[in-house]
Design a protein around this ligand. Structure first.
Ligand code: NAD
Length: 252
């Protein structure tokens, strides 16, 4: 299929955290189809291995909350492939609980995966990319970094995602002059395991769809192209940007 050459990722090596399923899996597929050599990085070894085999890509295990494990995973990619050009920091979890009784443990857990984890991966990617003279980092934010969701309570998630978007801008300011672009993609509601519980709840589902001008949730495949774009040379002048892909949720 003919494609504008700037969208090609031929010769590039990529890592996608949370790539075993859902949005991450679709991103892995998109990067692969655009020509990249892709490593899935996930805490779930079994799903990670199975998905990697099915998609014809590689797998490396890591829990993104463990910075030493993240460093080891990036070392593995660089020692196997020789370089790391694209890092998609996508692993995330959600926890729904009223804030007045949210435990320290649950607050910390969400921040540990969704914000600390993204920083660990950005630092591991950025240090290696700066040393090699360039690279592109794409973090998965969320519309929840811009609005607070209704009706489900999820303050820790929303705060972490706002943090991801501003961390992205901060790192873009530090690194873009040295060849490393840092951007984020912020999805609206996407049909994955993460949102299944909400879609099964009639009140939540109704509110989610009513709040979305397109009146539906996205498929993971509708999020992946935005990531491929920001990862590629097509986005050569984009850095610190947050690309919202939300079916219009944030317009209301
Ligand atoms: P998902 O639950 O389907 O997949 C998440 C993946 O991350 C899983 O493979 C899981 O094993 C992995 N993971 C979880 N904790 C990890 C850890 N500590 N270390 C490494 N891997 C870990 O979720 P999804 O819907 O595909 O979400 C992917 C990203 O998109 C998340 O950051 C999420 O917050 C974000 N997002 C999702 C939606 C949505 O509606 N689904 C909307 C906006 C943003």
């Amino acid at each position: 299929t003919p494609t504008l050459p700037v969208f090609s990722l031929a010769g590039r090596t990529a890592i996608v955290t949370g790539g075993a399923q859902g949005i991450g899996e679709a991103i892995v597929t998109g990067l692969r189809d655009s020509g990249a050599r892709v490593f899935i990085c996930d805490i779930n070894d079994e799903a990670g291995e199975t998905t990697a085999e099915r998609l014809g890509v590689e797998f490396v295990a890591a829990d993104v909350t463990d910075s030493a494990a993240v460093e080891a995973a990036f070392d593995h990619v660089v020692s196997t492939a020789g370089r790391i050009d694209i890092a998609v920091n996508n692993a995330g979890i959600v926890h729904n609980h009223p804030s007045e009784s949210l435990s320290d443990h649950d607050w910390r857990k969400v921040l540990a995966v969704n914000l600390d984890g993204v920083f660990h991966c950005c630092r591991a990617a950025g240090s290696r990319m700066l040393a090699q003279g360039g690279g592109s980092i794409v973090n998965t934010g969320s519309m929840s970094g811009h609005i607070s969701n209704f009706p489900q309570p999820q303050a820790a998630y929303n705060a972490a995602k706002a943090g991801v978007i501003h961390l992205t801008k901060s790192l873009a300011g530090e690194w873009s002059g040295r060849g490393v672009r840092v951007n984020s993609v912020s999805p609206g509601y996407v049909g994955t395991e993460l949102t299944q519980r909400g879609m099964d709840n009639e009140e939540w589902r109704r509110a989610w769809l009513a709040g979305t001008p397109m009146n539906r949730v996205a498929t993971p495949a509708e999020i992946a192209p935005a990531v491929v774009f920001l990862a590629s040379d097509a986005a050569a002048f984009c850095t610190g940007t947050d690309l919202v892909v939300d079916g219009g949720y944030t317009v209301w």
